[in-house]
Design a binder for this molecule. Structure first.
Ligand SMILES: [Zn+2]
Length: 319
């Protein structure tokens, strides 16, 4: 085994699973009740779990799904009910304990995907909120959660990290600029408390990649450029591709670039898998990216996938 040259962790922020809130908001703001039709459509274009499972299974890799347990609009001040931002933030929420979602999370967990937290919009300054969100999602998915990325990457270090650690989280992916195409905080892991709590150096966001070029091919080249930077410095990079952005009708080419990027990372000698698996390969409190790469090379095949394939037939949302 020749070893890995760098690591690419695959992650998906699950901000929305339905497109309904936009239909309602558009209907109200444009005084066009026909826009509500989207609400009753049997098609939920943002429900892209199966697409991702297929794409990653084909490549023998897995990822993490970061689940949002956002406050509902009625838990927010009334003035926010009638603002665009209020609707966008709090009316577009889903409930992770919804039976369809809970069942999906259990299937993902059963077949080797990682269930992680997507800390809600106001959680970064709310010490007790992480434990509440984490335990609700853990109960729904029947699994343990170790990782987090903040919604909108909103965090106030080191306090947010301390709150996360106190709630039992082990790593955070909120550091860095979500619009950037280059590393900004070095290439190795950060340990704000010199213990087992780890902050990954940066995540590369789908939007930053896709809006950096005129065409999907150009976006893929820019993504590859970031992989080259990661390889040169033997670093770990997290790709952040939102669930809803695999909806080709709204985001043409975004899913395909993600798939090609995985292929490219594997060709370039990367270990590819979920961040929780990478975290498991670390010693504490000293372990570096380099150490994890060596551990992964000695203990795993290049691709992080358990045997067996998920049966997707029982989760056809188009019915
Ligand atoms: Zn988010």
């Amino acid at each position: 085994m020749t070893g890995y040259e760098f690591a690419v962790c695959l992650t998906h922020d699950v901000d929305r699973v339905y497109r309904t809130y936009q239909s309602v908001y558009n209907a109200i703001t444009e005084r066009d009740p026909t826009r509500v039709a989207g609400l009753f459509s049997s098609q939920n274009p943002y429900w892209q779990f199966e697409r991702i499972m297929d794409a990653e299974s084909e490549r023998g890799v897995r990822s993490s799904f970061h689940i949002l347990d956002e406050k509902s609009l009625r838990e927010r001040p009334v003035r926010e009910w009638f603002s665009t931002s209020g609707w966008k933030l709090f009316a577009g929420r889903y409930d992770p304990t919804d039976p369809d979602i809970a069942a999906t999370l259990r299937v993902l967990d059963r077949f080797g995907w990682e269930i992680a937290l997507h800390g809600s919009y106001t959680s970064s300054t709310d010490p007790g909120r992480f434990g509440h969100e984490k335990s609700r999602i853990e109960a729904a998915a029947d699994t343990r959660i170790r990782g987090n990325r903040q919604h909108y990457w909103r965090h106030s270090p080191p306090d947010t990290w301390r709150h996360l650690r106190d709630a039992g989280l082990r790593y955070d992916l909120s550091l860095g600029d979500s619009h950037a195409l280059q590393y900004q905080h070095g290439y190795d892991l950060h340990r704000p408390f010199d213990d087992e709590f780890v902050v990954f150096p940066w995540s590369l966001m789908d939007g930053a990649v896709m809006r950096s070029a005129e065409s999907p091919a150009g976006a893929l080249e820019n993504c590859t450029g970031v992989f080259e930077e990661a390889r040169e410095h033997r670093s770990v990079l997290c790709l952040d591709w939102h669930l809803a952005r695999f909806a080709g009708s709204d985001y043409p080419g975004w899913g395909e670039v993600y798939e090609r990027a995985i292929d490219r990372a594997l060709e370039m000698g990367a270990w590819v898998g979920p961040p929780g698996r990478f975290y498991e390969a670390l010693d504490h409190p000293e372990g570096t990216v380099d150490d994890a790469l060596a551990t992964l090379a000695s203990t795993t095949d290049r691709r992080e996938a358990p045997s067996g394939s998920p049966s997707l037939a029982t989760h056809d949302r188009s019915e």
